[in-house]
Structure formats: structure tokens, C-alpha cells
Design a protein. Structure first.
Length: 264
């Protein structure tokens, strides 16, 4: 259970009106799939959010594990690079950001203390987000049925895309929309099959590290292997498990690993 939402003192009647507009758009939804589509459309019309993604996942920090998020704007063109290289360094997963998520379900780059952003998250911003022509980042965390999380990423082309009043309105939206979503039927996907047996201890280790979202370079550093050897081993794991890429492998490993309780 989150603490009470702290409403921005900058909020004016029009800011509450925008939040209510989003909630009205989503009031009649009858499934999580409908919520994904309707919520992103409502964010676009009420807040001018063009570059958005709605992930369904078992934990806020596992957005990469959703094989089919609903996406708009530039996100479909950069999602594969995010999964393969950057998600572990997402600035929204840093301690400062996570504290805001736990408190109000909303976190934005503009709210974070620059000195508390880890170097890896700064690289993520410089080499991925900003390079894609996006200047602002915001994340929302929604309660979904069956213990799932609804993680919404919002990217803007200007650093002041969402101001303090906008974020205050979105905090209200998150709280109320989580209550609405809690009444929806649970459509948790069926359990995934366990990874194929017969992997050597080394290959099993590589599979687990891929499942945690580590890049090839990080796996090499952690295991003491060369980058070429890591690539070779990942190829062997893919062949053995029947996965066509590392995203499918990560999903397979995640389905076999006991899940940690989702925070609420």
C-alpha cells in the first residue's frame, strides 16, 4: 500500500481536469488489454504524451520480460536495443527513482537529484535516451490483477515536457487507475515451460545471467570469460533451449525461476 499522494501545490483546476479526463476514458474498460490501449491514448490526448509504452510484468524493474508491450511514437523503433543493452541501467530503476515509485507510483527524471544518478544510468541517458532525440523520462507503476504490475514509460522531446503539476495529476491517476484495474478479471499468462534440461553448469550460469538482463559485456566481466566466449555460449544455450533470441531466453528463465512477491 502506497503512502498518500502528495499533490503539487502548483496544481490548478485545469490540472485536476486533465487527470479526471484520463480516468473517465478508462472507467469503462473490461480487460487489461483494453486498459493498455485506452490509457496510452488518454495520455496522448490529455498530456500530449506521444512516445509511450505500457508493459505488463511481475515486477517494476522487469519491463524487458514483456514480449508484447503496447507502444506508441518512437518506442517500437528502440525497444529491441533497450531489451538487449540498456534496461538494467534504466534511470527509473535507480534507488532515488524507486523511492518515488514506492511512495506515489510516479517518478520522473526531472525529480531526481543529478548527483544521485549512478554513472551507468547517466550513460543510459546519454547514449540511449538522448541519442534517440528524447529529453525527458517518466515512469508510472500500476497495480494489475493477479499480482502483475503495469509499468508505463513516458518519454518527451523536451526536458520540461511534464511539469510538477502534470506529475501531481499523474500520481492521482495512478492511485485511482490501480483501483479500477483491480476490479478487472485476472488474465495472468499460463506458466512457461521449464528450460530444457541437460545444460552444463557453465551454460546454466550463462542462461541465468541472461535472464537477469545482464549484457554480454557484464556477463564477461562477472564470469571472467572473453566477450567472444560469452557470445558462443549464449548461442549454445539458444540452440539447446530452442529460443530464437536472448529475449525469449530471458522469458524462459524468468518463467522457471521462483518469482519474488510484487510490491504494492
Amino acid at each position: 500500500m502506497r503512502c498518500a499522494v502528495t499533490v503539487s501545490p502548483d496544481m490548478q483546476p485545469r490540472d485536476y481536469e486533465r487527470a479526471l479526463t484520463v480516468l473517465d476514458r478508462c472507467a469503462a474498460i473490461d480487460s487489461v488489454e483494453c486498459l493498455q490501449e485506452e490509457f496510452l491514448e488518454a495520455l496522448g490526448s490529455a498530456y500530449g504524451c506521444v512516445h509511450t509504452a505500457f508493459f505488463r510484468t511481475d515486477a517494476f524493474t522487469r519491463t524487458h520480460a514483456d514480449p508484447a508491450p503496447v507502444m506508441n511514437g518512437r518506442i517500437p523503433g528502440i525497444i529491441d536495443e533497450y531489451r538487449d543493452r540498456w534496461f538494467a541501467d534504466d534511470v527509473m530503476f535507480t534507488p532515488d527513482s524507486m523511492a518515488r515509485i514506492r511512495r506515489a507510483g510516479v517518478s520522473a527524471l526531472s525529480q531526481l537529484e543529478p548527483r544521485r544518478v549512478p554513472p551507468t544510468a547517466s550513460v543510459y541517458l546519454d547514449r540511449f535516451v538522448f541519442r534517440a532525440g528524447l529529453e525527458s523520462v517518466c515512469a508510472l507503476d500500476l497495480d494489475l490483477p493477479g499480482g502483475e504490475r503495469g509499468v508505463v514509460g513516458i518519454f518527451g522531446e523536451t526536458r520540461d515536457h511534464l511539469g510538477a503539476a502534470d506529475l501531481g495529476g499523474l500520481a492521482i491517476v495512478v492511485r485511482q487507475l490501480s483501483a479500477i484495474a483491480g476490479r478487472l478479471p485476472s488474465t495472468v499468462p499460463p506458466p512457461r515451460p521449464a528450460p530444457a534440461v541437460g545444460l552444463s553448469p557453465r551454460l546454466a550460469e550463462i542462461a541465468e545471467l541472461v535472464g537477469r538482463g545482464l549484457t554480454n559485456a557484464r556477463i564477461a566481466r562477472q564470469t571472467g570469460l572473453t566477450l567472444d566466449t560469452v557470445k558462443k555460449y549464449i548461442g549454445q544455450v539458444l540452440a539447446h533451449t530452442g529460443c530464437s533470441n536472448r529475449t525469449e531466453l530471458a522469458l524462459l528463465v524468468a518463467g522457471h525461476r521462483p518469482q519474488a512477491p510484487a510490491h504494492g
